[in-house]
Ligand binder design. Structure first.
Ligand SMILES: [Zn+2]
Length: 326
């Protein structure tokens, strides 16, 4: 107490300069001891704001650094589902990604179809990627995963042990490699709460992003990471998610019981696709938009529908497989 008072009372010019120098030293020393840390997720209520999560798969790559600059200029955050095998060559980019507040997420080590792999390989694809991203980023351990091709099932989900994030808008950027088309689709298709799929390994995709951001901004969107998008929800490991569903109002009244379209009885339980949290896990059978021969069968996960087609022998070249990815 006395010391503090004395110090305050003795605040002359010289001690002040000394204090300033000391503060500078502390700052420099502190910086050395503690490198800059990624900013925390922002508190954005996506039940109120018009949020969209842009996601970039299969990188990091040679255009990713430029993309970070574009996102920084726009004040936008995004989510990167990265391949472990690409991380080492772009360690600085991955570190910057973390510092800019983007979400670093897992897309396996080498982009295999996980449903066709033995469990030990699935585990290694995921765990190696967790480790390399954590190491390169300076300590950020991914909390979300996107299975290549969207291919997952109960076994894979259990091994992954993280929420599996699919998408609601597939821009098909890998297929068309056309920046103008990417802009058109990227601006017009997203809906509130949507998750948009791009690939930052393709130049026309990265080239399109400034206009996509501008166009979506005009439509009133806020750009959030996937974790920010779902921050009012509980994401469960091993479940798949394609978008932020609006918080359901209390169970819709529906037609009165006994009416032709109504439920068979008043005791019908709540919809199985709307468990405890109406905004909880999406029905895994719901196909992500644009995901190929889906939309007809209500049953199997889209990934399983797509898998045989994706893995046709003529498509096994990695260059072809990778973009088919997602
Ligand atoms: Zn992919």
């Amino acid at each position: 107490m006395t010391g503090v008072m004395l110090a305050a009372a003795g605040c002359g010019q010289a001690p002040s300069r000394r204090a300033q120098a000391a503060r500078q030293q502390v700052a420099v020393g502190g910086q050395r001891a503690k490198p800059p840390a990624p900013p925390p997720p922002r508190r954005i209520d996506c039940d109120q704001a018009r949020c969209v999560a842009l996601t970039f798969d299969d990188g990091p790559g040679e255009y990713t650094g430029r993309l970070l600059g574009t996102l920084r200029t726009a004040g936008a955050r995004a989510t990167f589902f990265m391949l472990g095998e690409n991380v080492h060559a772009f360690r600085g980019v991955v570190r910057q990604m973390a510092l800019d507040g983007h979400e670093l997420a897992n897309h396996t080590w080498s982009h295999p179809q996980l449903t066709a792999l033995p469990t030990s390989k699935v585990r290694s694809e995921v765990q190696r990627t967790q480790a390399v991203i954590e190491e390169a980023s300076g300590g950020v351990r991914p909390r979300l995963m996107r299975p290549p091709y969207g291919a997952t099932d109960k076994r894979v989900g259990a091994v992954v042990g993280m929420p599996e994030i699919l998408w609601s808008v597939d821009t098909l950027d890998w297929q068309h490699l056309d920046a103008a088309r990417n802009v058109k689709v990227g601006v017009s298709e997203p809906k509130r709460g949507g998750i948009v799929l791009f690939h930052d390994i393709h130049k026309p995709s990265v080239n399109a992003v400034p206009k996509v951001l501008a166009g979506l901004k005009r439509r009133g969107f806020t750009f959030v990471t996937v974790s920010e998008l779902f921050q009012n929800r509980r994401l469960e490991p091993g479940r798949t998610y394609t978008e932020l569903a609006p918080k359901a109002a209390p169970q819709p009244p529906g037609p009165p019981p006994g009416s032709p379209a109504g439920p068979p009885s008043a005791t019908t339980p709540a919809s199985p696709s709307a468990p405890a949290s109406p905004s909880g896990p999406m029905n895994p059978a719901a196909p992500p938009q644009g995901a190929g021969p889906s939309g007809d069968a209500p049953s199997p996960p889209v990934a399983d529908v797509r898998a045989p087609k994706v893995l046709a022998p003529s498509m096994l070249a990695p260059e072809v497989l990778s973009p088919l990815a997602r």
